[in-house]
Structures are given as C-alpha cells and as structure tokens.
Design a protein around this ligand. Structure first.
Ligand code: FAD
Length: 346
C-alpha cells in the first residue's frame, strides 16, 4: 500500500453563476428510507462532516423526510449542526437524481455553503456525479479520511493505493465511506430548528419512477452490520452455503456476505457480494469462510476491525490479511465454532 499526493482542480464557473463561497459551511445530505426512517449512515456522515470544522446544515429529502429529521434531532448530538432543512416534495420520493441534484445545485449557488457531503451509497453515487456536472465541479469520491477542509484521503486502484488529494476548488463536493468514520454521539439536539425548503416543481422530466424490487433478508443490513459472516467458493452448492453459514450468522446476529465466485456459482443472491464490484464493508468482526482473499474481495472488506479467516490452504492470501486464522476444513470448523459461541453466550 502506498500514498499518492494529487494536487489540483481549478475554480469553477457555469452560466452566470459562480459556485464559490466566502463562508465556510457544510451541507450534508442525510439518507433515509422511502418511508422516512433515518439511515444508520447519517450519524457517520455527520461525524465526517464535523472533521471539516464548519457549521453544518443537514438536508433531508422526500415526502416523509420530516420524520427522519425529527429522529436525528431526538436521537443524536452534534454540536456543529446548526440547522436541519427538509425538502418534502412528492417528486423527491424515490431520490431520483434528476430531481434531487437540481435541488442541491440550487442550494449550493452563492456563498452559503463551501462543502457538500453525502455517503458513497447507491443514493450518493447516483446524485453526486450529476450534481458535480451541473455545477461544473470535480467531486472527490469515497473519502476515508478528512485531513483538513480541502485535503482528503481516498483509496484508488481497488484499494491497492491510497491517494491524498488537495483541492483548490472554491467548493468541495465529497462522498465519504460511512464505514470509515465513527458515529456521532447519541443524545438530543433541542436547539436545532427544522425548516422546510421551497421546491421548484419539475413536471417535465423525461423519466419516471416505476418500481423497486428489494431483496429483504431479515438480517442486519450488509453495509452497516457490526458482524459479517462471508462465504466463498469452498461451498459446493446453495444448500451447503446456507446450512453452514446461516447458523453462525444467526448466533452472532450477523449479516451474510459472499465473494463474487460464490455469487457466480449460484450459492447466493448477488446483493450479498462484497468487494471491488460489490459492497464495501468495514464491520467490527468479519468471518471469511472458504475465501482465498483475492485483491478484488479484499478491496471490499480489508478495513474490517477483526478478520477471522477459515481456510484449508495454509498459503491462502486471506491469512496475510486476517487477525485470526483457522486452518482446516470449513465444513468441520464452522459447526464446531457455532456450537462453542452458543455455549459461551449461555
Ligand atoms: C474486474 C473484477 C472484479 C471482481 N470483483 C470482485 C468482487 O467484488 N468481489 C469478489 O469477491 N471477487 C471479485 N472478483 C473475483 C476475484 O478475483 C476472485 O475470483 C474471487 O474473489 C474468488 O472468490 P473465492 O475466494 O470465493 O474463490 P476461490 O478463489 O476459488 O477460493 C476458495 C477458497 O476456499 C478454500 N477452500 C476450499 N474448500 C475448503 C474447505 N472445505 N474448507 C476451507 N477452505 C476451503 C480454498 O483453499 C480457497 O482458498 C473480481 C474479479 C475481477 C476480474
């Protein structure tokens, strides 16, 4: 792993607006579910936003966003949070970037905000490039460390190198990996006001939301789970993948993850894939069961706090990245480990 230093990026103009800022202040787009529940990543995003040392305004969008804004106010404490603003229009319901990005571009006009932050989630990845193009700004994506208001650290080349970027742009548009930041403290923010933002209706969009088909597992969400049990190609079929991994995951109230080889072999749904082309996770505890440790898989889980690798090949690369390694047959080790954990929990 090495560090690159990249400097650069010029001041930005578009049309008659200058997207600059005289005052340092951060706009943070907080993610919610469509029905107005605060996403766990919001607390991490605000922790990251605090590192910019600016007063923060939290933005919520969607017709049910007021409930999530209230939930933030009642459940967390963030001294730098000045204000919560809510854009409640029905057109923002499914966070279509065609509707959300122009709203944020409008908010970023003028001098009020010097920084915009969002998580590197599907929603953030949908909105940020469009927003950046609209205001002709170079976004800085997947930030894992904020060193100063204009100096950011992010992985490149699938996590094999770490770049430190110093931006000279007048505004910084940043997406952060929520798992790389702690959460703000629990508490209450009684003095923080919640205000509505007026919306310009956009009735002429060439696209419309049709439907969503979400896979629900009844387990913790893979992106925010504290413990993940992941399986690889060592399992021969879907039945054995589930037979061995589910009881261990149930015992630890863990999410289940997988390698791309496991997904490609039909062992599980592709929503479970972790890695370069899957989800990026950083739980407290990560079990890599029958996983070789290819760079593309490591790119998605190497920031986990404690990694336990179970593999019958002593030379498997995963052991070099593991905190604990168990060498042997996963089909024997996993049931034994599950029983021992259950016994210890009694
Ligand atoms: C562009 C690109 C993007 C990719 N993106 C991703 C990605 O996002 N995520 C990802 O995971 N991969 C990704 N890959 C694929 C990646 O290169 C590997 O092929 C994949 O991660 C391997 O998965 P695996 O570890 O399950 O399988 P293998 O590499 O086949 O490893 C299986 C392991 O199980 C062990 N084993 C076998 N039987 C047992 C047993 N009974 N008990 C214990 N251990 C056992 C073996 O020793 C071996 O180490 C990508 C590849 C490319 C080219």
């Amino acid at each position: 792993m090495f560090k690159l230093a990249v400097r650069g990026v010029v001041p930005i103009r578009q049309g008659s607006f200058v997207y600059s800022s005289r005052f340092a202040s951060t706009l943070a787009l907080i993610e919610t579910s469509v029905d107005g529940k605060l996403d766990a990543s919001g607390a991490n995003l605000l922790y990251a936003a605090k590192k910019l040392n600016n007063p923060i305004t939290a933005l919520f969008v969607g017709p049910n966003a007021s409930a999530a804004a209230q939930e933030l106010k009642n459940s967390f404490k963030c001294e730098d949070l000045n204000k919560i603003i809510v854009a409640k229009d029905e057109s923002l319901k499914n966070f279509l970037p065609e509707n959300v990005s122009p709203l944020i571009a409008d908010l970023l006009k003028g001098d009020t905000y010097s920084h915009f932050v969002v998580t590197s989630s599907s929603m953030g990845k949908n909105i940020l490039p469009r927003l950046a193009a609209m205001i002709d700004n170079q976004p800085i994506c997947d930030v894992i460390e904020i060193q100063s208001p204009n100096k950011f650290v992010r992985p490149i080349y699938a996590g094999n190198a770490i770049a430190t970027i110093e931006s000279s742009q007048p505004k910084q548009l940043i997406s952060v990996r929520a798992s790389a930041f702690d959460s703000i403290e629990e508490g209450k923010m009684e003095s923080v006001d919640i205000e509505d933002v007026p919306i310009k209706a956009n009735d002429h969009l060439p696209i419309k939301w049709v439907s969503a088909n979400l896979t629900t597992t009844g387990r913790p969400d893979l992106g925010s789970a504290k413990t993940i049990v992941s399986g690889g190609r060592a399992f021969k079929d879907k039945e054995s993948f589930e037979k061995y991994l589910k009881p261990l995951a149930d015992t630890l109230n863990a999410a289940i993850g997988a390698t791309r080889a496991a997904v490609d072999n039909g062992l599980c749904d592709n929503s479970l894939q972790i890695g370069q082309t899957g989800k990026i996770v950083a739980p407290n505890l990560y079990f890599a069961v029958g996983i070789s440790g290819a760079v593309q898989h490591l790119a998605g889980m190497r920031d986990s706090n404690t990694i336990v690798a179970i593999n019958n090949d002593p030379d498997a690369p995963i052991f070099k990245n593991a905190t604990y390694g168990l060498e042997g047959d996963a089909l024997k080790i996993v049931p034994e480990l599950t029983e021992k954990i259950k016994a210890a929990q009694k």
